[in-house]
Design a protein around this ligand. Structure first.
Ligand code: PHE
Ligand code: FE
Length: 290
């Protein structure tokens, strides 16, 4: 989401008033399609038994296994039939109100460029692999589709209420880095995890990070890091429950109470936390200590 700095304040040359641009599918080179295929193959080997059922089902229903970078028109046609969502291309990051407005209208904004072959593992800006492979399968799930639409409307409201930071944390710890409890155990569904081969393993298997039961207020108070693996993951009991609690709660009084409070630092546990796994934090400490 658009919490980074270099966002333009008007649509660039060639973009529509709502900031969308043509995907330019015909302009992708064979090398670019190969980057997608390489990333796809790497992830698809990892994800069974790790990704949530809803994610894997969406991947299948949208036929993302077809070779090459998906064409947004075809993808939107399939998605539209399933949940009424579309995928539209934008030139990188867009202003928050534009991002939320598209989302509130069931349009998922996606970058159209793909990372270079030497950037397979890490990239600061979301490319088409992160946006489409990471996010779009969950949009094929009716419950998660409703959650993201509600989030878009909630975003427009948070802007008015001066609580963007708090709401952005909810996005971060669910849509980007969320875990879900399933019958067989914890599963990943956050786009930042499922689109990263290293974090797909780390988020579930590594003893370092805390894994904490989802609590709305707790999450909205928790800082996050954008430069490395997360030090805490939050686990929702189900997407129904995530949707229920976020839709039924009026965030205005919640914002009023928590906006003035100091944020909770990453990796700090509180007495109220439902700790599912108390992380060793060895990974983060290793990095800090050099
Ligand atoms: N219920 C939230 C509000 O009152 C809106 C929202 C719904 C936000 C779902 C995020 C996700 O602002
Ligand atoms: Fe993302």
């Amino acid at each position: 989401m658009a919490d980074e700095t270099h966002v333009l304040d008007a649509p660039p040359e060639g973009a529509a008033a709502d900031w969308t641009i043509p995907q330019g599918w015909d302009a992708y080179t064979p090398e670019e399609h190969r980057v997608w295929d390489t990333l796809y193959e790497r992830q698809i080997r990892l994800l069974p038994g790790r990704a949530s059922k809803a994610y894997l089902k969406g991947l299948d229903a949208l036929r993302l296994s077809e070779s090459g970078i998906p064409n947004f028109e075809e993808l939107s046609e399939r998605l539209m039939k399933l949940t009424g969502w579309q995928v539209v291309a934008v030139p990188g990051l867009v202003p928050d109100d534009v991002f939320f407005d598209h989302m509130a209208n069931r349009r998922f904004v996606s970058g159209n460029f793909i990372r270079r072959p030497d950037q397979l593992d890490y990239l600061q800006e979301p490319d088409v692999f992160h946006d489409v492979f990471g996010h779009v399968p969950m949009l094929a799930d009716p419950v998660f589709a409703d959650y993201l639409e509600a989030y878009g409307r909630g975003g427009l409201r948070a802007l008015e209420l001066g609580a963007l930071k708090q709401l952005a944390r909810l996005y971060w710890y669910t849509v980007e880095f969320g875990l879900v409890e399933e019958d067989e155990g914890l599963r990943i569904y956050g786009a930042g995890i499922v689109s990263s081969s290293a974090e797909s393993v780390f988020a579930l298997d590594d003893p370092s990070p805390h894994r904490i039961g989802f609590d709305l207020e707790r999450v909205m108070r928790t800082e996050y890091r954008i430069d490395d693996f997360q030090q805490n993951y939050f686990v929702v009991p189900s997407f129904d429950e995530l949707l229920r609690v976020t839709v039924e709660t009026d965030f205005a009084p919640l914002y009023e109470r928590i906006v003035p409070l100091p944020p909770l630092p990453v990796a700090a546990l509180t007495a109220e936390d439902k700790v599912l796994h108390h992380g060793t934090q060895a990974y983060a400490r290793g990095k800090a200590g050099g």
